[in-house]
Every structure is written in C-alpha cells, then in structure tokens.
Write a protein that binds this ligand. Structure first.
Ligand SMILES: Cc1cc2nc3c(=O)[nH]c(=O)nc-3n(C[C@H](O)[C@H](O)[C@H](O)COP(=O)(O)OP(=O)(O)OC[C@H]3O[C@@H](n4cnc5c(N)ncnc54)[C@H](O)[C@@H]3O)c2cc1C
Length: 408
C-alpha cells in the first residue's frame, strides 16, 4: 500500500517511520530542500523533545480533550523508548524537559533519518504540494511540475509558526479543499510587545522572576523563570508560556496587562523589612547610589522614575514607609499594557487549525475524507513550552502512521 506523507517535519517523519514499520510503502513530500529543518532549531539547537511531566492540562485547543487518546496511545514512555531504540540517550533538565544527552538537535534528526532510510522511506524534497485530490479511492498529490498517487495520505504540513522553516500555513488550504474547517490560527509561544518608555535603556537585563498576565476582570495566567528585557518589551520562557492565553484575550478585544515580579522569593512585607534596614544603614547615600548592589545598575533610575520619584538625589535615610512601598510596588508588580506580539516568524507554535472534532480521535483519520490522516501542528492542538509540542508531533505522527497502515 502506498502512503504519501505531506511534510517532512517532526510529525511527518514519525508518521513515515510508523507506517513503514507496518509494511506501508511510504514517500515523504517535502517542500524545502531537506526534511526536518525545524527540528534542528528546536530547544535552542538542543531539541527539548518531550517532558517528564506530561499531562493533557499542558495542551490547549477548542476540543482539546479529544487529543488525550492520542497522547496516551504513544505516551511519554513509548516516546522515550522509541528514541532510546534509535540511539537517543535522554537527559532530563530543569522542569522535566528532556533533551538528547548529546545536547544536539541534529542527533534527533539524524536518528529519524537513519531509521526512515533503513525502512526504505522515500524522500522527495523541493516538492511543494499545491493540490490534493481524491478520486476513485486514489489520492493525487500534485506539485507545480509533477503529480504522484497514493492510497493513503498523512497531512503533516505544520501550522504557521516560523514559516522560514517551511510551515507557512498553506497546508490549511489543502485541508480546506478536502472539506475541513480551520479554526483561525494565531501565534502561540511568541514574545509580547509592551507599552513602556524605558525598554531601550534596560534591554538585555536578565533575572529570575514571575510574569502575570491579566485583564481588569481576571488573572489570565502566570509563570516563572528567566525574564529578559528587550527593546520591545519582555522575552524569556515565562512570557512565551503565557503568550497564548494573553493573545487569545487580545483577540477578543480585551485590554491586557502583564506585571513583573523581580523578587518572587520575598513578600512585599519581607522586601520592606530588607529595604528599610538597608536604607537605615546607608542613609547618607542618595536613593540612586543606595540601590547599587540590590538591583541591576541600569534598572535603578528607571525603577525610581517609574515609582514616581523626581529627585533621585534624595537621601535613602529620608525615605518614609509610603515611599519605600512605592519602590516595592515596581519591584514586585511592575505593570505594562500589552500592545501586541511578535510575528509568525518568531513564533514557536500555532494555536488554532483543523478542529479535533473533524478527525477520529483514536486514529486521526479525517472525518471528511477516508484515507486522509492529519498530524502535528495543523490540528488545533498546541502545547506549553517545554517539550510538549514535539511530544504532540511524535504522538500524533505515530498514531496516524500506525493506523493508516493497519486498518486497511
Ligand atoms: C524555533 C523553534 C523552537 C522550538 N523548540 C521546541 C522545543 O524545544 N520543544 C518542543 O516541544 N517544540 C518546539 N518547537 C515546536 C515544534 O518544533 C513544532 O511544534 C513541531 O515541529 C511541529 O511539527 P509538525 O510536523 O506538525 O510541523 P513542522 O515541524 O513545522 O513540519 C512541517 C513540514 O511540512 C513542510 N510543508 C509545509 N507545507 C508543505 C507543502 N504544501 N508541501 C510539502 N511540504 C510542506 C514544511 O516545510 C515542514 O518541513 C519549536 C519551534 C520553533 C519554531
């Protein structure tokens, strides 16, 4: 049986291997000049390929519960075993993130390619599928100059995140042409742009803190970890983590804010005790000088101005309780309005896509077209930062590859 896999990304490679192991004659059609380019970029070149803390709660989408079957069918243990079987020794980093112990994303791509080659999976690269048709039980996979045929098709063309790595959203058109409805995609895991006048002055400052996204009605989401001030606002894993939920609210037309806590280890009261003791000891110093050694020097003037001080030469010892709390409010709850987000080019994943209710949640076969399977980011499933998106790619790819070649 001939199986065509459209897209040689993470889920496509996995689907090809699973189908070929079941005896299918598999060809991958990839529009770029080689498969797996995005895999090389994952985890800052280290490929955070899964997470020890797997749970459906780490995934989002309109009918997200329908993804649970697939995540359980090819679960964390099966994923670790699969990759160990190919030679990938797991290294577990912070927050349960799993990497190959080589800390090279290229190792993950290499072993997938070796296995595909061993199973005689064909790769046709520089081939963009521009049309997909089915007639009399056979699919036509049509490119600009050539067309191929197959009995089964696995559509693994990704979402819209990082189009420079191949996934430019044209796969949605293929799905739409076969009767699928697309839930409007938006970037997930992307940096947020914030309103603030001082970002240029504090660009590059990093610290461990907590970010909270909120509207005037509710806290949307919060996360902690390394935070980095940039020219346009804030970057770092916690902002990526909350971005999906923040953008969802922005898309509803709501005003959204984030607040930054630079001292999550201290309550406001603790911080008051610490600062008042400090300012008592060095009461002869100006406020500006008195903060040296407490926060990054580039931040001092900005924090004091944001706290509403005009005279930065005022002596520390002269600050009253209310004034010290004004500084603490900025250190613990620096508030910014979210004005937007970076583009698809910088996004690491896509929210939205083909509704999970339009595929069989056990096999990922399309409910619209028999013999068509959908995998990975083209489906309306997006995971948190930390290995969850690749786990979805492996789980969905394996499931589609397996069932497309078993249920004839
Ligand atoms: C910079 C970056 C870092 C990331 N880091 C991590 C990480 O560490 N951990 C994690 O879990 N997730 C990470 N992700 C997310 C993860 O890489 C994706 O969720 C995952 O690769 C999606 O797999 P996919 O198979 O659905 O799509 P993709 O990997 O995007 O593959 C789709 C493939 O289809 C091809 N294609 C598209 N349209 C066509 C067409 N019409 N014809 C032929 N071929 C086509 C594309 O060229 C591409 O090769 C990262 C993403 C980015 C961008």
């Amino acid at each position: 049986m001939k199986t065509a896999v459209i897209g040689g990304g993470a889920s496509g490679l996995m689907a090809a291997i699973a189908a070929a192991r079941n005896g299918a004659e598999v060809t991958i059609y990839e529009k770029l000049n080689r498969v797996g380019k995005k895999i090389l970029a994952t985890g800052n070149g280290r490929c955070n390929y899964t997470n020890m803390n797997m749970s459906i709660d780490r995934y989002h989408g309109k009918n997200i519960k329908l993804a649970e079957n697939v995540l359980n069918f090819f679960d964390l243990n099966k994923t670790l075993n699969f990759f160990e079987g190919l030679g990938i020794n797991p290294y577990v980093g912070e927050l349960g993130k799993v990497y190959p112990s080589s800390l090279q994303a290229s190792s993950v791509l290499d072993v997938l390619r070796y296995e595909a080659e061993r199973l005689k999976v064909k790769e046709i690269t520089d081939f963009e599928v521009i049309e997909l048709r089915k007639s009399k039980g056979v699919f036509s996979i049509i490119g600009k100059d050539n067309a191929y045929e197959a009995e089964k098709v696995i559509l693994a063309s990704g979402g819209k995140a990082s189009p420079q790595l191949g996934s430019d959203g044209k796969g949605y058109e293929l799905a739409r042409s076969l009767g699928h409805r697309i839930i409007e995609p938006f970037p997930a895991l992307v940096q947020l742009k914030l309103k603030g006048q001082y970002f240029k002055r504090i660009t590059g400052i990093r610290f461990d803190g907590v970010i909270k996204g909120f509207t005037d009605k509710k806290v949307i989401r919060e996360d902690e970890g390394e935070i980095l001030f940039t020219e346009y606002g804030i970057s770092g894993p916690p902002i990526l983590q909350i971005s999906r939920n923040v953008i969802e609210e922005l898309n509803k037309g709501h005003k959204v804010f984030v607040s930054v806590d630079m001292f999550p280890q201290f309550s406001k009261v603790d911080l008051y005790d610490l600062l008042s003791l400090r300012f008592n000891k060095i009461g002869y110093k100006s406020m500006e000088d008195g903060m040296v050694g407490f926060i990054n020097k580039k931040l001092i003037t900005v924090v004091l101005m944001e706290a509403g001080f005009d005279d930065l030469n005022k002596k520390c010892g002269k600050l009253n309780k209310k004034e010290i709390y004004k500084i603490i409010d900025i250190l613990k709850e620096w508030k910014f309005e979210v004005t937007g987000h970076n583009t698809w080019q910088q996004a690491q994943s896509t929210a939205g896509g083909v509704d999970m209710s339009e595929v069989n949640p056990k096999t990922l076969e399309s409910a619209k077209v028999k013999g068509l399977y959908l995998t990975g980011e083209i489906l309306d499933v997006d995971g948190d930062c930390g290995g969850f998106n690749l786990q979805w790619a492996w789980s969905s790819g394996y499931t589609a590859g397996y069932f497309s070649s078993t249920l004839v």
